[in-house]
Design a binder for this molecule. Structure first.
Ligand SMILES: [Zn+2]
Length: 246
């Protein structure tokens, strides 16, 4: 049977039979992979610990008839334990892998793989507040998927900004002419934070206050849910320092 190697991040796992698991992975070169890991639920299986959610591993697999089978797994990024040890990081990571799973339903991409691995690594190292890391990840993964939001020019007619109204359904900010009646205004600080999270300007993002972050999170969530058509379950459990204001 054909054997292949790839690097992959574990998105989720399911029990299979007495001792096995089905592992859903986003890989560097083969897109999304669903594979069987045999014997991993037996006590003391080192193999199993390498195939927990948020772990990045170098894998050897062989192609099965319906599902591929994982033969070897060597850890490349042991982010699982560090992330699971902090509730806000854990809920953020869950929302990330669920988003990655949904956005790569048709096909995976190297960009989505690298973005997710980078975000999980950043979470495990506590580089930024988990909520900021999550919102930046969500905006950028949506952009890679072809839904880049606009926080500058009008997303409908292209009129140069700044504009201070956002309509997630239209793809970002809109000018006064394009704004549907009743569209709420958004303050400049929130728009600035959204732009910083999208471009990865961390010094600007870190300088934001809690209420600005909360408003930005509400907009990111609305934008994401619009594009994914149905809500992400795990986003409802994300632990934030401040309750969403929207
Ligand atoms: Zn316009």
């Amino acid at each position: 049977m054909p054997v292949y190697r790839d690097e992959a991040v574990v998105l989720r796992t399911h029990k299979l039979g007495e001792a096995d698991r089905i592992v859903t992975l986003l890989s560097r070169r083969h897109g999304k992979i669903r594979a069987v890991a045999k014997g991993v639920r037996r006590t003391g299986s080192k193999f199993g610990a390498r195939l927990e959610p948020f772990m990045v591993a170098d894998l050897q697999l062989y192609e099965g008839r319906s599902l591929d089978v994982i033969q070897q797994a060597e850890t490349l990024g042991a982010y699982g334990a560090e992330i699971a040890g902090d509730y806000a990081s854990y809920t953020a990571a869950n929302a990330m892998v669920e988003t990655a799973d949904r956005l790569t339903e048709a096909e995976g991409s190297l960009q989505q793989y690298l973005l997710l691995v980078g975000a999980l690594r950043s979470l495990s190292r506590r580089e930024h507040t988990p909520g900021l890391t999550l919102d930046s990840y969500l905006l950028r993964s949506l952009s890679i998927a072809g839904w880049a939001p606009s926080f500058g020019t009008c997303s409908r007619c292209g009129k140069p900004g700044p504009h201070d109204r956002i309509v997630p359904q239209l793809g970002g900010v809109v000018c006064d002419d394009c704004a549907p009646p009743g569209t709420a205004h958004v303050d400049a600080a929130t728009l600035g934070l959204l732009g910083a999270l999208l471009s990865g300007d961390w010094s600007a993002a870190e300088a934001s206050d809690d209420s600005t972050r909360s408003r930005a999170s509400g907009i990111v969530a609305a934008y994401l849910q619009w594009h994914l058509e149905r809500g992400l379950r795990s986003l409802n459990h994300v632990s934030r320092e401040v309750p969403p204001a929207l």
